[in-house]
Write a protein that binds this ligand. Structure first.
Ligand SMILES: [Zn+2]
Length: 284
């Protein structure tokens, strides 16, 4: 190779590495919250500025892997904590795929009994790989990173080994705080859990950004709950033309009646929020 060509090549390689670094460094400033577009289900990925990561639910299939691949550099094969809000397929199945590819330091789940092949596979995988499991109970608090905390608001008691009649109302509800900005991740809780939270944890559920419960089903987002949460922004994770008719027009009306802007994954794809330490945030 002529000398000039060699130098050009070296310069190109250096320039490409700098560009890659710039993209990567840029992606790390502020707290990032991704409401992944995984179809009819939930999957939320949180990355703190120091690189600590949480994945809440995995959606109904393996779409979460492509979403994580878009966000994470190829060499990152760990996620600090996986959260399974409840073992329904539209939250669990993608998490079963994610746990095989990204080794978690810990799993937060409810430990309820649920009779499906995917849940069996999930539990077997966790046990075989000796992944530490915490069972969620209101009052627990996790330090995600410096200045970023996640608090369990629901369930009110440890549900390990219980066989619930209504699995939606066993969901983990997490509040996350970063500076002045707060989020509420609600899984698929329905009116019963929402009313309990609105009455018993009235102040704790008051946040800026609400992940609307149960994909905008009309059995959730009751008026008392929305008034207690009084969010500035709402996000609905929902599949295009899903067979459940989610989100229900009544829920959309309730949110617009309270003048709460709504971001939907079926209309926008993945909803990306960047939160700054001064309490401001942007939807990208
Ligand atoms: Zn669901």
């Amino acid at each position: 190779m002529p000398r000039w060509k060699k130098y050009t090549l070296i310069c190109l390689v250096i320039a490409a590495s700098c560009a890659w670094y710039a993209v990567f460094a840029e992606s790390r400033s502020g707290l990032m919250v991704y409401f992944f577009d995984v179809g009819q289900g939930d999957s939320i990925f949180i990355q703190a500025e120091n690189g600590n990561q949480i994945l809440i639910d995995g959606g109904p299939g393996d779409a979460v892997l492509a979403e994580l691949g878009n966000v994470l550099p190829f060499y990152d094969r760990t996620i600090d904590m996986l959260v399974l809000t409840h073992p329904d397929a539209d939250h669990l199945n993608g998490l079963v795929e994610a746990v095989k590819r990204y080794k978690p330091k810990a799993v937060l789940e409810t430990g309820v009994l649920h009779d499906t092949a995917q849940y069996e596979e999930w539990r077997t995988f966790l046990a075989k790989n000796k992944i530490p499991i915490a069972h969620a109970k209101a009052g627990e608090k996790f330090l995600v990173a410096d200045g970023v905390t996640a608090s369990v608001l629901f369930p009110f008691h440890d549900q390990e080994g219980e066989k619930p009649k209504a699995v939606n109302d066993t969901c983990i509800v997490l509040r996350m705080d970063y500076g002045e900005t707060s989020f509420l991740f609600t899984g698929d809780i329905e009116s019963k859990a929402e009313r309990m939270l609105a009455i018993l944890r009235h102040d704790a559920v008051d946040v800026d950004v609400l992940k609307v419960a149960h994909h905008g089903s009309k059995t959730s987002s009751v008026a008392e709950f929305l008034e207690a949460v009084s969010p500035e922004t709402a996000v609905i994770s929902v599949g295009r033309n899903n067979r459940y008719g989610h989100p229900h027009p009544e829920v959309i009306d309730r949110l617009s009646g309270l003048e709460i802007p709504v971001y939907r994954t079926d209309l926008r794809g993945t909803v990306v929020m960047r939160v700054f330490p001064d309490g401001t945030y942007v939807v990208e």
